[in-house]
Design a binder for this molecule. Structure first.
Ligand code: ADP
Ligand code: MG
Length: 313
């Protein structure tokens, strides 16, 4: 019997995608980006929709304060809206609770959910509640909007583009994965002022998420990433591997026409304290991702970020 572990998460989703097909003309982008993109009644905008669960034992533990995994459950969805250059508007929340859970704990989950949503003027408008026998979960679905002219897809990377990442990477499991701020403000500013070609939020890990951008581009592009430029988080200490593969960084990874790099470098620090780092460029290549060390030596970088079924962790 073939199992989902044999297939891996990525191949499983591909298989589901083939089976589901695509027929409805209101769907602009279906499976394969950070959010689905749908036509809106407002001809100037697209609707965005995304859904992500947090599950006890997978995304948080019994010791995690309920308010924190509530925050995380909302924030990781907001991060997917940010990755499209969008604004979150509405959310629905489904929770699975063990019957002996205290009411106070549920209120705390909602305090976290609401705090994250309110920070970006997103409103929780419904959901569902179920009991569970074992692991608890929170599933959030967020609907957002983006101006058609500003949407940033995973698929837009072009040869010659510069590659940027916000913040720092690695070691998120030490705490940031529960407390991070989705980069909505940064993404909105970027798409308002710069013609961003491709964007994704780093959720599975830089090595895997770069691979996603290559696959989405659907042509022979590759990334050359300068190892020495990758911004390592303080908790990742000097571990490049952690920065490449840990995941749950929820930073923005995007590509930009090199003509705009000087302006971006000048304007970004006037607007944000968050670091912004140019980590590489898009090249014509059969090799999806190449890591270039400080001496110029190149090696292929395989996707080794998080896969729910590969059980690397
Ligand atoms: P992200 O990390 O940005 O949330 P994922 O890697 O989880 O993205 O998902 C990649 C794409 O696959 C998305 O377009 C998502 O909607 C789709 N997808 C993931 N799981 C399923 C599923 N069970 N059924 C249909 N589509 C799915
Ligand atoms: Mg994403």
């Amino acid at each position: 019997m073939k199992t989902v572990r044999d297939l891996g998460e990525f191949n499983l989703i591909h298989r589901l995608q083939r089976a589901l097909g695509k027929a409805n003309p209101t769907v602009v982008v279906g499976i394969g980006d950070d959010c689905a993109v749908l036509r809106s009644a407002d001809a100037k905008k697209f609707l965005l929709i995304t859904s992500d669960p947090v599950v006890e034992g997978v995304h948080f533990t019994l010791d995690t304060p309920p308010r924190q995994f509530g925050w995380k459950a909302m924030a990781r969805n907001l991060s997917d809206i940010a990755a499209m250059g969008g604004l979150p508007r509405w959310a629905v929340v489904s929770i699975g609770l063990r019957p002996n859970t205290s009411v106070r704990a549920v209120e705390q989950i909602y305090a976290g959910l609401r705090a994250a949503a309110q920070k970006f003027r997103c409103e929780i408008v419904g959901g569902d509640t179920t009991h569970v026998k074992h692991e608890q979960f929170v599933v959030v679905t967020v609907v957002g909007e983006v101006e058609r002219s500003r949407i940033a897809l995973r698929s837009g990377a072009k040869i010659g583009d510069s590659v940027f990442v916000t913040g720092t990477l690695g070691g998120s499991l030490r705490g940031k994965h529960l407390t991070f701020t989705p980069r909505i403000d940064e993404a909105r500013w970027l798409v308002r002022h710069f013609p961003v070609h491709a964007m994704i939020d780093v959720s599975d890990g830089l090595s895997s998420d770069l691979q996603r951008l290559v696959e989405a581009a659907g042509q022979r592009i590759g990334f050359e990433i300068y190892a020495a430029e990758i911004p390592l988080s303080r908790v990742a200490a000097s571990s490049l591997t952690a920065a490449l593969n840990d995941g749950e960084d929820f930073e923005l990874l995007f590509t930009l026409d090199p003509r705009y790099v000087t302006a971006l470098r000048r304007r970004w620090p006037r607007k944000f304290r968050l670091p912004l780092t140019e980590i590489g460029r898009v090249v014509r290549s059969r090799q999806p991702v190449t890591l270039v060390d400080a001496k110029g030596k190149k090696q292929s970088l395989m996707p080794a970020g998080y896969d729910h079924f590969a059980q690397r962790r």
